[in-house]
Ligand binder design. Sequence first.
Ligand SMILES: Cc1cc2nc3c(=O)[nH]c(=O)nc-3n(C[C@H](O)[C@H](O)[C@H](O)COP(=O)(O)OP(=O)(O)OC[C@H]3O[C@@H](n4cnc5c(N)ncnc54)[C@H](O)[C@@H]3O)c2cc1C
Length: 406
Amino acid sequence: MTQSWRLLRILMPLAGRRSYGKALTTLTRDEMQFKNAISHFAKTAIGPKVREMDENYQFDSALVKKLFENGIMALQIPKAYNGMEMDFFLTILAIEEISKIDPSLAILVDIQNTLINSLILKLGTEEQKAHYLPKLSKYLVGSFGLTEEGSGSDAFALRTTADKVGDKYVLNGSKMWISNSDLAGVFLVMATVDKSKGYKGISCFMVDRNTPGFSVGKKEKKMSIRASGTCSLHMDNVEVPENRVLGKIGQGYRYTIGFLNEGRVGVAAQMLGLAQGCYDATIPYLLDRKQFGSSIFDFQGMQHQIAEVATRLEAGRLLVYNAARLVEEGGDFIKQASIAKHYTAELAGYVTRKCIDWCGGVGISTDMPQEKYFRDAKVGTIYEGTTNIQLSTIAKFVRAEYALNR
Ligand SMILES: Cc1cc2nc3c(=O)[nH]c(=O)nc-3n(C[C@H](O)[C@H](O)[C@H](O)COP(=O)(O)OP(=O)(O)OC[C@H]3O[C@@H](n4cnc5c(N)ncnc54)[C@H](O)[C@@H]3O)c2cc1C
């Protein structure tokens, strides 16, 4: 039996299950089994490829194939469309476990599950779902195209246009910083049908990679998550049929706000996993390494720092799991998603800096994993809303909560 089939046999019985443990970090038996299966996959299948993928600025194609074979790219897609029919919390556990080993590959899993599949599943017509979801379950990578050169944090200042001509929309414009666009076969592109309507003209279009006039630019050379290809997109009179509008015309801004909030919980899980992975790789070294006749771990000055990191990791996990459980419950979670994303992005920076310091010289060597975790952590304060944008969101809630009580 191949490794893929063994993992599938563990995952399939979990489809559709929903039951929570009492404490946020108490996992049900199913959740624990799933987490262990993903952890095993991450350590054995992903682990050996991490450094090579980082150095080559690309994912190993056989590994991406394995993600699909094991259902990891279709965690929440219903079985009717060849997916695993799992819930959001399990998706978050998967992102956390994969990020412990490779935060780059985790962003592929995160975006596919929490943005692309989720948007199509919740907004797609029956025809769109039947057309895309089985492919997204088995081999098709999707990318999410919002950001442009002139619109980053101010995302709804985008300039890409979609003009209605007969029964088609004609897209013109460019996107920047689009994750996994080197591999993607379908792109969810935000464009405006009417600039005069401001953000209320923004709509979401499903664009196939091979559509005439659509092209993907070269990969950015970057500090973080190097294996994940981040490219620009260019649209020159790209014709998109009416039946490839996702959701309603003019509602793109609402979908973006809504789904990016779930995406933020995904990035929070990525940053949490990254921080935990770096810590896990460091503590055994501190126990082994001796200076002044004792292990580095034994110095009280070190133990206090290690305990501080352990405390913050625990706090980060509570924030992420709580936000994920709130998504599951269908309640309000925007503030909690921003808090979790902000906290864990800062946590990842803090933990990786500490781990490098604790390792001394070898901490910055590419023979050890800490320097890569440190580089990867930096992107957490930037994408899916910068730290300042998360803080502004949190502050909006604080203002509203206190205004209500006055
Ligand atoms: C590796 C990577 C992958 C990405 N993947 C995707 C993707 O798949 N799809 C996609 O659409 N986009 C993607 N992005 C884009 C990402 O979402 C943006 O980079 C991000 O939203 C910030 O926009 P910006 O880079 O233009 O920074 P800017 O908006 O120019 O911000 C620069 C600085 O100004 C601050 N700032 C801006 N406005 C305010 C304000 N109102 N108050 C306080 N401070 C403010 C910011 O916090 C930041 O510190 C990706 C980016 C990266 C780096």
